[in-house]
Design a protein around this ligand. Structure first.
Ligand code: TYD
Length: 211
């Protein structure tokens, strides 16, 4: 595997992408690679503070443009402080969500123009694009059931977005699939309906082919 690769994980809430992201990180480490794991929003101390604002159910009246700018504020900090330096020193960077999330949640989901999202991407990320993106695709019912079970387990509603309408989630999923179709060389779409081990195996298989 080449040094300095930037790999992102995308998927709807409850798709299992965070679990798979961790599994892949450990697998790559076991193979001797230096891996940096980060997350959007929230991969830095400042990003964590921004994440709290974004996911606080008390902030339900946040305006779409304010929300958009906060996602990119977190990302700009992460790119400069964590992701770029790690890539420059030859590490593999795994990021749980990146600009594709903004394109589908704020873009396809909330109706903000993709061109506006990409203008901000240019400012925040300064040309940094993932080399490879895993889209863990799962049907709406399965993913919502999983998200609900997880929230019950940890005793919170955790994410404001978990309470969004089914139509919103459907737009997000369709938005992801359309993105994957438009950039087939970067995206690997993984069927997320299987068990953890099964989905993990699909991802590792794809890694051998694409990296
Ligand atoms: P995350 O913690 O990754 O949720 P999950 O564990 O369900 O994947 O992300 C938190 C929420 O933030 C999630 O509902 C998606 C949303 N989000 C956006 O709306 N826009 C963005 O740019 C990003 C990165 C996340």
């Amino acid at each position: 595997m080449r040094r300095g690769r930037f790999i992102t994980f995308e998927g709807t809430d409850g798709s299992g992408k965070t679990t798979q992201f961790r599994i892949l990180g450990n697998w790559l480490r076991d193979r001797g690679l230096e891996v940096v794991e980060t997350v959007e929003p929230g991969g830095t101390a400042i990003g964590q503070q921004i994440r709290r604002i974004l996911l606080d159910p008390a902030n339900a009246d946040i305006q779409p443009r304010a929300e958009l700018l906060l996602y990119f504020a977190s990302r700009a900090q992460n790119v400069d402080q964590v992701i770029r330096p790690a890539l420059d020193s030859g590490r593999v960077v795994l990021c749980d969500r990146f600009t594709d999330s903004t394109l589908v949640y704020q873009g396809a989901g909330r109706g903000i123009d993709a061109s506006v999202v990409m203008d901000l991407d240019r400012i925040a990320c300064r040309g940094l694009k993932p080399d490879l993106t895993f889209l863990i695709d799962i049907d709406l019912e399965t993913s919502l059931a999983r998200a609900r079970r997880r929230n019950e387990r940890i005793g919170t509603s955790e994410s404001r977005l978990d309470e969004e309408s089914a139509a919103f989630h459907e737009r997000v999923r369709e938005g992801y699939l359309a993105l994957a179709k438009s950039e087939p060389e970067r995206f690997v779409v993984i069927d997320g309906r299987g068990g953890i081990g099964e989905v993990g195996a699909l991802i590792r298989e794809a890694m051998q082919v694409h990296v």
